[in-house]
Ligand binder design. Structure first.
Ligand code: SF4
Length: 106
């Protein structure tokens, strides 16, 4: 899907059947259509994201208006490097935009 790499757990069906009643898919989920497909095919009961919410906390509202919208998060991991240095969590790309005076993605 457009260069997006999806990591699917090969053991998910077994985990769902015997160990965990609900399976939550997360990791590299960036497209609404991809998440919809995972749920529709029964590959997970729920889906979630991590880094896209850091850059765009209101991305769900944006997807309500436009399912095809591409998240602003570029998966650069700058936010992780930032917190591992002892800083509070924030998107490095948004920080760069603020320094350059280009606003926020929201
Ligand atoms: S720093 Fe990079 S990975 Fe983290 S939220 Fe921003 S764009 Fe995404």
């Amino acid at each position: 899907m457009d260069g997006v790499k999806l990591h699917r757990c090969q053991w998910q069906p077994i985990i769902s059947m015997y160990l965990v009643p609900n399976y939550i898919g997360v990791n590299s989920l960036r497209r609404f259509s991809m998440m919809e497909e995972i749920i529709t095919k029964g590959e997970a009961d729920f889906v979630s994201m991590s880094r896209p919410f850091i850059r765009e906390p209101f991305i769900i509202n944006k997807w309500k208006r436009d399912h095809d919208r591409v998240p602003a998060c570029i998966s650069c991991n700058g936010c992780l490097e930032w917190i591992f240095k002892g800083n509070s969590l924030q998107c490095i790309q948004e920080m760069k935009k603020r320094v350059e005076g280009k606003g926020e993605s929201g």
